[in-house]
Design a protein around this ligand. Sequence first.
Ligand SMILES: NC(=O)C1=CN([C@@H]2O[C@H](COP(=O)(O)OP(=O)(O)OC[C@H]3O[C@@H](n4cnc5c(N)ncnc54)[C@H](OP(=O)(O)O)[C@@H]3O)[C@@H](O)[C@H]2O)[C@@H](O)CC1
Ligand SMILES: Nc1ncnc2c1ncn2[C@@H]1O[C@H](COP(=O)(O)OP(=O)(O)O)[C@@H](O)[C@H]1O
Ligand SMILES: [Mg+2]
Length: 287
Amino acid sequence: MEGLVMEKIDKSILNQVIIPRNPESYKGNYGKVLIIAGSNHFGGAAILASSATVHSGAGLVTVATTPEKFTAINTKIPEAMTLDYHNKKELLTAILDNTVIAIGPGLGTSSIAKGLVKAVLNNTKTDQTVILDASALTIIAEEKIPLQTTAHIILTPHQGEWQRLSQLEIPEQTETNNFNSIQALNPDAVLVLKKHHSEIYYQDLTFQIEAGNAGMATGGMGDTLTGIMAGFIGQFGYSLATIQAALLIHSTIGDRLNQKHYVILPSNIIEKLPKYMAKYSSQDHES
Ligand SMILES: NC(=O)C1=CN([C@@H]2O[C@H](COP(=O)(O)OP(=O)(O)OC[C@H]3O[C@@H](n4cnc5c(N)ncnc54)[C@H](OP(=O)(O)O)[C@@H]3O)[C@@H](O)[C@H]2O)[C@@H](O)CC1
Ligand SMILES: Nc1ncnc2c1ncn2[C@@H]1O[C@H](COP(=O)(O)OP(=O)(O)O)[C@@H](O)[C@H]1O
Ligand SMILES: [Mg+2]
């Protein structure tokens, strides 16, 4: 912890991570992502997360959700496949088959949801990435579920969720306290703490973005980040740089929209993703 310096994330990370595609490639080269999300009251979260994953370039996206939401998801985001998360056999097959699994947006905290979180943590392995967000984090905090998978783990709490997990009141969420808390939960897990100027805790390194604005304080904005994170890791691979780029592009697009829009809708960020990714992937781009 000594010598911990919170480094600012430079926009050049976007050019570094978002590379031009190999012409001889196909959807199988860009990641298989499973999004376990949504419940009766929170269908939108599943739509936003999966739509963000598709728009950020994941090759194949499956949404495990409640069947009541299939029609809405298939209508809004026909590129994504759907799976009933009550079907244990199909769910387990999907957990084993996908390289990136994001769980939590709109999931709620029912006993079904608790079982889903445990199923993911118990059945994922090295080379997979598990992104834990929203209700998954609340469940882990309430049930004191250990983060014991050998997969890469990324936690994306807002400050209220981080308080539940770390027991740190928001004014106590200092760099040192956050570092000690994530180390205690699982020293290999990455903490992406969402706030104004969000922070990343990765091993003994800490980073902060300088992008993002209060126009982004709209329900579904974090669900959208989760989808982008999943899409980026699916296609560019798990690395610190990929995590940084996913976090930064979300707020960079948000800042650009904020120049002309007082309020930013998560779906507005999602629709801009392909355009911004083209911009950052071009070799002659000046950031
Ligand atoms: N369209 C949809 O389907 C949507 C579905 N959604 C889904 O809803 C589910 C519940 O998630 P959630 O985040 O809305 O509520 P919850 O977990 O109770 O946390 C709120 C508590 O934390 C506190 N708090 C402190 N700091 C905070 C901060 N910076 N940001 C936020 N809160 C902060 C806050 O304090 P208070 O505001 O009361 O002072 C309150 O006590 C989850 O599955 C999510 O994915 C949403 O994504 C919206 C769109
Ligand atoms: N004032 C702000 N400045 C910068 N970013 C913000 C601000 N308010 C919200 N955000 C961003 O919006 C997202 C909110 O996440 P979250 O609370 O999980 O949303 P939801 O659960 O409704 O999808 C985070 O990425 C956060 O950094
Ligand atoms: Mg959230």
